[in-house]
Design a protein around this ligand. Structure first.
Ligand code: IMP
Ligand code: MG
Length: 184
């Protein structure tokens, strides 16, 4: 599996450090929140490892909601439009929502989920992503909390996949282009 990587982009120690910093930033933002806390809505499947680490660093009262969106279908690295595969499983009406995703690429996924949350009556919506590709992220899809800005390479590991492989890599790495075909 490691031989499919061109290089390690972000080693695990650096991810862990940055997740703690993000949690401090988020905790400060929601400090003094009323008793019912916040709702974290996370987008499956890419963000589940990030969420598990981030939420355990957050000393906030919280509920967790899941939504499944697909933008990459199977063995391709090109987005083909975001689609809700499984709808939100919590009531966010009147709630302060922190939306958590693995990566902000073209923004199609987060735009769709933000619209859904607004339609469901969320009181506020802020977004936290581990990674962002700033050359592609559009201005109408804001992310208040960003772990790392990266170049426009296709990355895997720490929950991010190619054709559902590589999610269990503890580091984030750049996938060798020749693996785009053979991994499926
Ligand atoms: P967007 O809708 O183009 O912003 O893409 C967001 C989704 O596409 C993310 O939640 C990821 O699941 C996936 N994605 C985008 N870029 C990458 C990448 O470099 N590696 C793995 N998945 C990616
Ligand atoms: Mg995703």
């Amino acid at each position: 599996m490691l031989s499919d990587l061109e290089r390690i982009l972000i080693p695990r120690e650096q991810i862990i450090r940055r997740v703690k910093e993000l949690a401090c930033q988020i905790a400060r933002t929601y400090e003094g929140q009323e008793d019912d806390g916040i709702t974290i809505v996370t987008i499956l499947s890419g963000s589940f490892i990030f969420l598990a680490d981030l939420m355990r660093e957050l000393p906030l009262k919280m509920k967790i909601g899941l939504i499944a969106v697909s933008s990459y279908r199977g063995a391709t690295t090109t987005p083909c439009g975001a689609r809700i595969e499984r709808d939100l499983d919590v009531d966010v009406a009147g709630r302060h929502v922190l939306l958590v995703d693995d990566i902000l690429d073209t923004g199609g996924t987060l735009r769709l989920v933000r619209q859904r949350l607004a339609a469901c009556g969320a009181r506020s919506i802020r977004t936290c992503v581990l990674l962002r590709k700033p050359t592609k992220a559009p201005p109408d899809v804001p992310a208040e909390f960003v772990g790392f800005d990266i170049a426009d390479d296709f990355v895997v590991g720490y929950g991010l996949d190619y054709n559902d492989y590589y999610r269990n890599l503890p580091d984030i790495g750049v996938l060798r282009p020749e693996c785009y075909k053979s991994a499926s």
